[in-house]
Design a protein around this ligand. Structure first.
Ligand code: NAD
Ligand code: GLY
Length: 349
């Protein structure tokens, strides 16, 4: 097996295993990492149909009992009611702290199952098995878990690291084109915040041709950031590049614009304004928008800047009216600047 293992050195240490044909051996890896008696596989209906049978078989081969919790795909399921159902399910099936949850799917599954694992019996082990590019490069690593509230995205959650991440790149072969593009936005984000050479490689070569290495490099960058700042009080905020305005776009579109597409627009507009203000090196905006275009991602925000600014600020008001904005200085280099929430409109058009 030609796989890459990246060790994450947070308060709880764990491996991210990236490779091909891993799902069929997931049972063995899970047994070695946590030795559970029961594994509750949590998955949305799309992913369950595609990949649960292989995972289940590999677990039962190791003598591990399997329970299955399936929920309807989509962001709407990342909510309190599905979270509650999942907790009740774990309780009914008598899982204990020596058992485990397996999050098989994209970021919705990972965030939901991770939060349930974090809170069920004050925390049981869980394994992340990402099946979207976005989850592979971002959400499966670093331990952010959450569900949405009526008042906003990710408003109930906690930091809770998994015991293991198994990224079987073969699962991405069934990913719809749109979901692949969504993940590409986060991949480009890594290049912009941390690695110019990687960004230039994304420009020169189609990420699809070297996707295993692309995922591994992104996970390495995420490792650097979360090891330095597990609880998101400093450097980790760099990962939010494009997300403040992107969040505004998601809200203004009533979440019909998906996360990656919104982040792409947010990155482009922040970079344009940083360049106009003389903070960012000339040509960065043109480079970024060229790469976004290559990967089929939008670079223009179509909503009123005032509405975007209002929507972007809503969740941040509690931080004393200040927003930590991630601003590019050059390709591969971003900085965190605290600005008054009232000034965000200057960055939104
Ligand atoms: P998702 O989990 O909803 O998956 C997108 C769609 O792809 C779903 O319809 C799903 O059924 C389908 N799908 C998944 N894998 C598939 C496969 N291999 N083949 C075919 N279809 C497949 O969405 P996502 O984009 O993966 O994640 C978005 C979520 O992640 C958001 O809720 C966001 O807030 C969260 N997120 C969390 C973090 C974090 O650090 N925890 C980081 C970024 C994003
Ligand atoms: N996806 C942002 C973070 O993990 O902090």
């Amino acid at each position: 097996m030609n796989e890459k293992i990246i060790h994450i050195n947070t308060s709880k240490e764990y491996d991210v295993v990236i490779g091909r044909n891993l799902l069929g051996n997931a049972g063995e890896m899970i047994r070695k990492a946590a030795d559970p008696r029961i594994v509750a596989i949590v998955s949305d209906d799309n992913v369950f149909a595609l990949y649960e049978p292989v995972l289940k078989e590999s677990l039962t081969r190791q003598g591990i009992s399997v329970e299955q919790f399936v929920f309807p795909h989509g962001e709407c399921s990342k909510c309190i009611s599905v979270y509650e159902e999942l907790l009740e399910f774990l309780c009914e099936r008598r899982l204990t702290r020596s058992d485990m949850v397996a999050a098989l799917g994209g970021g919705v599954t990972g965030d939901l199952a991770g939060f349930a694992a974090a809170t069920y019996q004050r925390g049981i082990n869980y394994v992340q098995i990402p099946t979207t590019l976005l989850a592979a490069v971002d959400s499966s690593v670093g331990g952010k878990t959450a569900v949405n509230l009526r008042g906003g995205k990710n408003q109930a959650g906690c930091f809770y690291q998994p015991s293991l991440v198994i990224c079987d790149v073969d699962t991405l072969s069934t990913l719809p084109e749109r979901e692949y593009k969504n993940g590409c936005a986060e991949v480009i984000k890594y290049g912009m915040i941390k690695d110019e050479a990687f960004l230039m490689n994304l420009k020169e070569r189609d990420a699809h041709e070297w996707i295993d290495d692309v995922i591994a490099r992104c996970v390495e960058m995420k490792r650097e950031v979360v090891s330095a700042d597990e609880f998101d009080t400093g450097e980790r905020m760099l990962l939010n590049f494009g997300h403040t305005l992107g969040h505004g776009v998601e809200k203004c579109s009533d979440f019909s614009v998906s996360h990656g597409f919104a982040v792409a627009q947010g990155m482009a507009v922040i970079t344009k304004n940083a360049q106009i203000k003389g903070i960012c090196a000339e040509g960065t905006y043109e480079l970024l928008t060229g790469i976004l275009e290559k990967y089929g991602l939008p670079a223009v925000i179509k909503y009123d800047p005032e509405d975007i600014a209002k929507a972007a600020c809503v969740d941040k008001k509690s931080q004393g009216g200040q927003i930590s904005l991630i601003i590019p200085e050059a390709p591969g280099k971003c900085v965190i600047r605290k600005i008054p929430a009232a000034e965000i409109i200057q960055w939104a058009s």
